[in-house]
Ligand binder design. Structure first.
Ligand code: MG
Length: 166
């Protein structure tokens, strides 16, 4: 049976947001405290981790990027909870007949320490996607004081996803 051959798609996503004062610092749906009271600038809640995951999901099916679905000039997404946007993206993926097998990601931030919050981030993402927390990987690293992340000008994230045709 030729149609029993499993079909897979891989996707990758990247995002970066500026660190500024007067904004909340939300990563993976968790509000963090920055030692210098910095937060992420953006039109939505600027959740760099969730944005990278959304772009990876869309990329796996060559559906474009989140700017196409949630344009920054659209006031509906002002201050939007990115986990809610993530649920919308997963709905698109599922409606096209694909299941999410796993997600892996790495957040690059000099401060604050993300380790104590990793499991909460994984849970938030898993809930938003409707998948078990075991298939959501979130890692964190500093940039060894190098580059924009190292100088605390911003926080970035890379993510990959694997999908299987239902
Ligand atoms: Mg973004």
């Amino acid at each position: 049976m030729t149609n029993s051959v499993p079909q897979f798609r891989v996707g990758n996503g990247y995002d970066i947001h500026r660190l500024v004062s007067g904004r909340p610092l939300i990563v993976g749906g968790v509000e963090l405290n920055h030692p210098s009271n910095l937060g992420l600038d953006g039109h939505s809640d600027a959740d760099v981790l969730v944005h990278a995951v959304m772009d990876a999901l869309l990329g796996a099916l060559a559906l474009g990027d989140i700017g196409k679905y949630f344009p920054p000039e659209d006031d509906r997404w002002k201050g939007a909870d990115s986990v809610v946007l993530l649920a919308n993206v997963v709905e698109i993926i599922n409606s096209k007949g694909w299941n999410i097998l796993n997600v892996d990601s790495v957040v690059i931030a000099e401060r604050p320490k993300l380790k104590p919050h990793i499991d909460s981030m994984r849970k938030n993402i898993a809930n938003g996607m409707g998948v078990p927390v075991e298939v959501i990987g979130v890692k964190a690293t500093t940039n060894e004081l190098l580059g924009p992340e190292g100088r605390e000008e911003g926080i970035s994230c890379h993510a990959v996803v694997l999908l299987q045709k239902i």
